[in-house]
Design a protein. Structure first.
Length: 340
């Protein structure tokens, strides 16, 4: 999740993408998965994540978007991801501290706002990483350090879970180990979200995709970032350009055919044209993509081979950029997601 609207260079040229298509064999059908976990721990007031949910990232920093308190986030958002936790000098360990720029006078005030959002039925998770995040989980010791420190922060602030937004690589074996350790500590109701870049979900052999599949039993939703991307392959082996309904639906199809349950797939987009370097789409495009995937209507040239009525929903980067644009994104996409 980019902190500033700096476009990421396209990771692969079209020729490389086409070559990659021959190496990626999708399963014939999406595997069955357990029902997506609900959000309850550690705050007793938290409610279940809705079947169709909207995720929004809340910025613990000021980059020109409207500065907010958590209680300023519109009620259309079901999951609020606090961005970001940071790495420490201990491998795998994470920490979190409030930026004075966001206006909280104390940690206690922030904790009270988390509890207030949970009392309204929202889940609040701590996002790990971001564009500049360098959390490294590459062995058993760092996996334990990650799980222990993440759980301590959940206990300290009352977070319902965590979000994995590591844009500088991850090890699927040890990250999955860390997440399972964390989920075991947190107990039932642990909320786990992810926000991979498009290149990270092109193939089930990619480390991010492998991680998502390895933690499928505890995974709430993967909200891939359909922006700052460049052209990518769809599940039909064709190359699609970002900023279109076809780009969203054809790439979501890879995740849906690659093993994730529909309830674990969401559409991640910028909340405004200022929120990302490239890939912004009008909220109506997001709504059309959701309709195409869920119902087979309002599709572009790409027609999914089936429909996935259980598709989870959508994500915005960020609630702050949404507020800067008058909350137009959440008003439109939020209502549409909840009506699916």
């Amino acid at each position: 999740m980019h902190l500033t609207p700096i476009p990421r260079k396209a990771a692969l040229a079209v020729a490389s993408l086409v070559a990659a298509a021959t190496a990626f064999a999708l399963p014939a059908a999406a595997q069955a998965a357990p029902a997506a976990p609900t959000a309850a721990a550690p705050a007793a007031s938290a409610a279940a994540v809705p079947a169709h949910a909207v995720t929004g990232y809340w910025q613990d920093f000021d980059n020109g978007a409207k500065v907010q308190k958590l209680t300023d986030v519109p009620d259309q958002y079901d999951i609020i991801a606090v961005a970001f936790a940071n790495a420490t000098t201990t491998p795998g360990q994470i920490s979190f501290s409030l930026d004075p720029a966001v206006g909280y006078s104390s940690d206690d005030q922030f904790k009270a706002d988390i509890a207030a959002e949970q009392a309204k039925g929202k889940s609040v998770v701590l996002s790990v990483g971001g564009q500049n995040g360098t959390v490294s989980v590459n062995d058993a010791a760092s996996a334990s350090a990650f799980a222990d420190s993440a759980y301590a922060l959940m206990q300290q602030y009352g977070f319902n879970g965590i979000d994995i937004d590591l844009e500088n690589g991850l090890n699927s074996t040890y990250m999955a180990q860390a997440l399972h350790q964390l989920a075991s500590k947190a107990g039932s109701g642990f909320v786990l979200t992810m926000a991979p870049q498009t290149i990270d979900m092109q193939s089930t052999s990619a480390e991010y995709f492998k991680t998502a599949l390895a933690v499928k039993d505890i995974l709430t939703v993967v909200n891939m970032q359909y922006y700052n991307s460049g052209s990518m392959l769809g599940c039909d082996g064709k190359v699609y350009s970002q900023g279109t309904v076809d780009f969203i639906t054809a790439l979501a199809c890879i995740q849906l055919q690659g093993g994730l349950d529909p309830s674990q797939v969401g559409i991640g987009v910028p909340a405004s044209s200022s929120a990302a370097g490239s890939g912004y789409v009008d909220p109506s495009v997001v709504n059309d993509a959701l309709d195409c995937l869920a119902k087979g209507t309002n599709c572009g040239s790409f027609k999914p081979p089936t429909t996935w009525p259980g598709i989870r929903g959508a994500m915005a980067w960020s609630t702050n950029w949404d507020a800067s644009a008058g909350n137009a994104w959440s008003s439109s996409v939020g209502a549409h997601v909840h009506a699916l």
